[in-house]
Every structure is written in structure tokens, then in C-alpha cells.
Design a protein around this ligand. Structure first.
Ligand code: SF4
Length: 366
């Protein structure tokens, strides 16, 4: 380690003493590193580890994922959001089985040609699984480097990003990419976090932001996109103890996920009127709200969604479990409340199911 700069040596020494025992660090298997990295792009480490373990237990190999049913992959992904990433995992696995002998390619260009694999994921797998000198810049690395080198432009600007990627590449010590990339990410997670522990930091002498007393101003935040409020109404239609759900089309928002039918509340409409109209437009069914179940607020990309959910009943003459005329879905099924668990729903609808399962008003249904 004699050729290392003080910065490189300090980070590697720190990592040696503080590395956490994480699922993909047992073997640095390319498939496991890839799955772990994609899941961790969606969520915090603590929550992410549980998802990674569950995913790798169900799909332990590239072949198992390639052969998987898309519905099952989406179900395992439920709660992480950005479902396109789960679909891309499966598609990329199929491509790797067909074209790369079932392993993650060692070549950066081939890696980046895989569905859903960009500069970050390629760098993460190539450096950790194959020890290649490819950089990684995630939110942790952005924090550490923007403080160490006093990056004064907004962190997501092209100027800041090209500096960070170039710096991350130039810092990797020869032959030590795997440990160094993990060291800097782990350090950003455990020491140089959103509230940095400068008092206990071994890098204060290397840190420009610390020297200048501007740690709290680095990184410079990205310009925020304004949030857009959206009001939607959905209906839990119950008939003879069963509930109707439908599968969303392959294009548009939440492709392939299941939902309680409904849609946007239009200008001048109440949520109750909107849900009745939506059932008529989407399914050609006449329904009426029996009661309001809940109002659920949640965020989706830049949208701030207010979802009003109703318990619905048929108003017309419907015998048995009627077949819907699907105008905005690819499938529709009648299921018991317990069976809802088998299907993948967007976050707001899953929240609604959880609320109903705890609400005594619906003990007769649950
Ligand atoms: S001194 Fe503070 S801001 Fe600088 S690297 Fe250490 S923890 Fe981060």
C-alpha cells in the first residue's frame, strides 16, 4: 500500500476496520452484486437488505430469474417502487442467459447494453465483482467527494457530475477497485452522512469543506422540481363477499400492476362522483358508494397524490360475479380479501389494503 495517497490509505484502513457484513460481500458473486445494487438504488440499506435476502432466496441464480414469472418478480418488488427496474432485471437476466452464458458481462460496453444497466450499475458490478477500475458515484459518494473537494455547483448539474465521475475514477488505487469503491460508499453512509460525524472523521485534514467551515453547505442541493397535486378516487367493489380488482395495461403508469378501479377526480366533481363515473367508463358497471373507507396521501415521483377510497356496491341487477367489459385494463378478477396478498399493487392501494385489514369496520370482509 506504499504508493497510496493519504486519502486513499485512510479510506481503505477505515473500511478494513468498519466494513459491515452484507449479503453480497460473502462471495462478491456478480449476480448477487447486481441484484443488491439495483435494490439498494430504491431504498435505504436496512430495509434493502431484507429485500435482497428475500429476492436471492427465491431467485438464487441468473437462470432462475430468467425463467421467473413476471408477476412473481413484481410481487417480490412490491413496496420498492419504480417497477420498470424489476421488469428490466428479468429481461436483463434473460439476455445474459441467452448471450453471456448466464453471467454478468465483464466488459463495460456489454454491461451497459443490458436493459436497465447504466453507468452506475455497470461500475458497481464491474468493480465489486471483477475488481475492475470502474468508478461508482451514488448519493454517498456525492456527499463525500463534494465535501472533500468543495464542489460548489448543484450536485446533479452536469458540471458537478462530470467532476465527481472523473474524480471517482482517478482516485481508485490500482488493483484495489473493489475495496476502494466500497470504502468510499460505506464511509458516506456511516461517517460523512447527511449529518456528518466530523468530530470522529479520520479525513478532516483532507477535507476542504471542513477546513472552510462550510460542511453544512455541501453538497449544494439539486434544484427541486415543483410537486404536482393530484386527486384520485378508487373503489373497492364488494359483491357476495368478493372484491373486484383489475390489472393495469402495459403502457402508462404502473404497467402490469393490480388496482382497485378508479381514476382522477375531474374539475367540479366530488371523489364519490368520480369513482361512479370511472366504474361506468372503465367497466360499464353501475355502482354506488356504500361508505368512504379512507383518504390516503402518498408521493409518486413529483406527484403528491390524495387518494379517496370508497366501499362500493352494485346498483343494477347483477347475477353471480359479472364479467367486466375492460376498457382500461388487461385482466379483471374477483378475489377474497385474503387473496389480495397474492397480487402486486401500487403503494397507495397496498396501504389501503393494510388499513382495511386493521379496521374493525371491515372484519366481516377480512
Ligand atoms: S470532515 Fe466531515 S465533511 Fe469532511 S469528510 Fe469528514 S465527515 Fe465528511
Amino acid at each position: 500500500m506504499s504508493d497510496l495517497s493519504p486519502l486513499q490509505k485512510t479510506l481503505l484502513d477505515w473500511f478494513e476496520k468498519n466494513r459491515r457484513d452484507l449479503p453480497w460481500r460473502k462471495r462478491y458473486d456478480p449476480y448477487e452484486v447486481w441484484i443488491s445494487e439495483v435494490i439498494l438504488q430504491q431504498t435505504q440499506m436496512d430495509r434493502g437488505v431484507a429485500y435482497i435476502e428475500r429476492f436471492l432466496e427465491r431467485f438464487p441464480t441468473m437462470e432462475a430469474l430468467a425463467e421467473a414469472d413476471e408477476e412473481e418478480v413484481l410481487k417480490l418488488w412490491e413496496g420498492l417502487g419504480y417497477y420498470a427496474r424489476a421488469r428490466n432485471l428479468r429481461k436483463a437476466a434473460q439476455h445474459m442467459v441467452a448471450e453471456h452464458g448466464g453471467t454478468f458481462p465483464e466488459n463495460a460496453e456489454a454491461a451497459r447494453a443490458l436493459p436497465g444497466v447504466g453507468r452506475y450499475t455497470a461500475g458497481a458490478v464491474l468493480s465489486q465483482a471483477y475488481n475492475q477500475e470502474e468508478p461508482i458515484v451514488d448519493a454517498n459518494v456525492e456527499r463525500v467527494l463534494s465535501r472533500l473537494f468543495d464542489v460548489d455547483s448543484p450536485i446533479k448539474s452536469s458540471q458537478a457530475q462530470s467532476f465527481l465521475w472523473e474524480t471517482a475514477r482517478s482516485l481508485i488505487p490500482k488493483g484495489l477497485a473493489r475495496d476502494f469503491n466500497q470504502a468510499i460508499m460505506e464511509f458516506g453512509n456511516l461517517v460523512c452522512g447527511k449529518k456528518p460525524s466530523c468530530m470522529f472523521c479520520p479525513l478532516t485534514e483532507e477535507c476542504e469543506a471542513y477546513y472552510l467551515g462550510i460542511v453544512d453547505h455541501r453538497p449544494v442541493p439539486a434544484e427541486r422540481k415543483p410537486t404536482v397535486p393530484v386527486e384520485v378516487a378508487s373503489g373497492v367493489l364488494v359483491h357476495d363477499g368478493y372484491i373486484f380488482i383489475q390489472k393495469r395495461p402495459e403502457d402508462g403508469v404502473w404497467p402490469g400492476l393490480w388496482e382497485f378501479p378508479g381514476g382522477n377526480v375531474e374539475k367540479g366533481e366530488t371523489p364519490a362522483e368520480a369513482v361512479v363515473r370511472e366504474f361506468q367508463e372503465e367497466l360499464e358497471w353501475d355502482v354506488a358508494p356504500a361508505e368512504k373507507i379512507a383518504v390516503i396521501r402518498h408521493g409518486y415521483t413529483t406527484f403528491k397524490v390524495t387518494l379517496t377510497a370508497f366501499l362500493l356496491r352494485f346498483t343494477g341487477e347483477y347475477v353471480g360475479w359479472p364479467e367486466p367489459v375492460l376498457h382500461d385494463a388487461t385482466e379483471g378478477v374477483w378475489v377474497s380479501f385474503a387473496e389480495l396478498d397474492k397480487y402486486t399493487f401500487p403503494a397507495g392501494h397496498r396501504k389501503l389494503i393494510d388499513m382495511m385489514s386493521r379496521d374493525m369496520r371491515y372484519a366481516w370482509l377480512v
